[in-house]
Design a protein around this ligand. Sequence first.
Ligand code: AMP
Length: 375
Amino acid sequence: MTDREAKASAALGARIGVLGAGQLGRMLGLAGRALGFELTFLDPTADSPAAAVGELIVAEYADQAALGRLASADVVTFEFENVPVEAVKALERQALVFPSSRALEVAQDRLHEKTCFRSLGIRTPEFEAVESWEELLAALGRMGLPAVLKTRRFGYDGKGQAVLHTQADARAAFERLGGVPLIVEGFVEFQRELSIIAVRGRGGEVSCYPLVENHHAGGILRKTLAPAPGVSAGLQSAAKQHIEKLLGHLDYVGVLALELFEVNSQLLANEIAPRVHNTGHFTIEAARTSQFENHLRAISGLPLGATDVPEPCAMLNLIGIAPDPAAVLAVPDAHLHWYGKAPRPGRKVGHITVRAPDTDTLQQRVAELERILAS
Ligand code: AMP
């Protein structure tokens, strides 16, 4: 073990460097401070949410001097997956960085990601890479409509994609999204969307959270139910095997999220996120150890914490709205997280987690919270 590795696993006083300083960085910082870590973030935006919980270097991700400063941390990680891979590679030459630039590279490109799933025997929707209108037409000829056209890179929250029902849709979507490498996928008539989050330590040990059920609107996550109701032991174990294969294949260290579609009790893999994930925010109150704490434990070489979820819970995203905190907190066992961002349409500004002793009570509490959010 190098001096740097020894210091990063001592926790007390060790410094964690984080590329990105959004709400994920803020929640990492809150968990890190509790463990005695100091945090330094690098982000181009001065009033970033994580500035409240650590030192913030305001610079572009490609700024070599700023990366050099971040690299003086004992261990470096990222909370935003659209950081340039070159920035992570530059950090890797100077510091311990987890997860690796290789994992980031795979996750940044939908074609690499789906090819990786396929090579590991993890089923995916049908997909083909397309660069030109002729290639798109030919691919649609093979897979049929409806289909989903996506940019291979830089898509998030449903941006950079379009559902195609007709050839006219395809033409319009190609006009809008084309000019960059694309992927076209068969449209999946899924029963529901699920995700699984797991954490892998530096020694290869893995812990998985239970499968959760996710509800999106307009491409943005609105609600997560954890654990996902009505999941068979077979489905949970298939999801666990999938994420374990990915973690091993990528020699991954830290928290990884895998988004899945459930179709006729089978799982199709949609995408991975090489970082703490919105569908894991419930873990702060409802799991034995939060995803944020477990990510920090993993990257700093500390033992992983238990991932079981003793009571059913739900997480509701606050998207562009700031509800009355007193009304939210009057709901039993509801917990409010505010990211310190000005509310704007479509912007995630906070979330609520609510727990209950049983699923009926949980449903009532969620309904009450949804009423408050709608008013
Ligand atoms: P993504 O950016 O790939 O996570 O896609 C955003 C959302 O679009 C997903 O959460 C799904 O609701 C939907 N979606 C993505 N790909 C497909 C697909 N192949 N078939 C049906 N719906 C999809």
